[in-house]
Design a protein around this ligand. Sequence first.
Ligand code: NIG
Ligand code: FE
Length: 398
Amino acid sequence: MSSTTVITNIATLVTNDPSSGDGSPLGLVRDAAVVIVGDRIAWTGESSKAPATDNRVDARGRTVLPGFVDSHSHLVFAGDRTEEFNARMSGRGYTAGGIRTTVAATRAATDEELEANLTRHLAEALRQGTTTFETKSGYGLTVADEARALRLAAAHTDEVTYLGAHIVSPDFADDPAGYVALVTGEMLDACAPHARWIDVFCEKGAFDGDQARAILTAGRAKGLHPRIHANQLSYGPGVQLAVELDAASADHCTHLTDADVDALANGDTVATLLPGAEFSTRAAWPDARRLLDAGVTVALSTDCNPGSSFTSSVPFCIALAVRDMGMTPDEAVWSSTAGGAAALRRTDIGRLTPGARADLTLLDAPSHVHLAYRPGVPLVSEVWRRGVRVVRQGPVAG
Ligand code: NIG
Ligand code: FE
């Protein structure tokens, strides 16, 4: 029999269960408690009604919310792009071409170097409350380098995405069709066993709509489910292709026509917004309000990568989304937890309801609103993953 633990004296509990607490989408319960049995949530409600348990943890008036679900990152890479960032902040624009710098560094790295970099960024994300993350290949662009990236990623997460179609490999600069044939052929065969998802960067300078459709369709035939980098740098066919192919998510969604918004509102594809990319490329923000008002399901994630968004911090993205993209604090918190889960087509995470995974974050704040209200402040004081406390922050004694 698993041991039972109650976390009690929670000022604000975010359940993401609208049938709980205040009836809002966040299902907020004040003066709350959570009971954990093994790796699952067993009960949530008012502290005074909590059942007896083996162990008791006093939250001392902190906030508890589901662990963040970061449904879009690129963490298998080597090197960094400080100079490119510096040049951008002096006025140069961002293009897909910078990816080549990271491809060269990643190919030159050993497995050990890549894994050490990956685990360092995962630890960084965990300290900031991320309990589930998706990550991609895309900085190898050879059969061996893409398969290696996915194998390394799969040792750390179930949410692994094959992105051989990040850009046309520099080895195929004069033969993009040859590269698409590789991505949909031998490379796909080598990568599919390690991945759940297939992704394409559908953009000028990367892959057009026809190439993206061919790549995603080939992936689907091998059992991978589509997600797409769509409409990041310019208007284009990516979002509508995502809906047509029932992609779990269309990611970025920065340049949208009314027809794109309508397609998202009428399909099952989540719009994943990645404000770290607009921040770090000094680009115009995606319009979250327009999507939400149209009834689109919105996720909020980091896009952590060394080129366009070198942040692993979901709280930072929440603050940006609230300040600059028209989201309310409640919407941004929902999108970075339940929204991320929806973008990964998961129902066992992103919520604190009986039976869900006991992945949760304690904030040193009386409510979740402080994530946006106190930008840049390290509010995450504890993280629990699968019922185990894996992060506990505090001053070093002495
Ligand atoms: O999501 N858009 C394509 N891929 C990444 C950027 C990768 C890079 O610049 O290294 C993104 O922003
Ligand atoms: Fe990305």
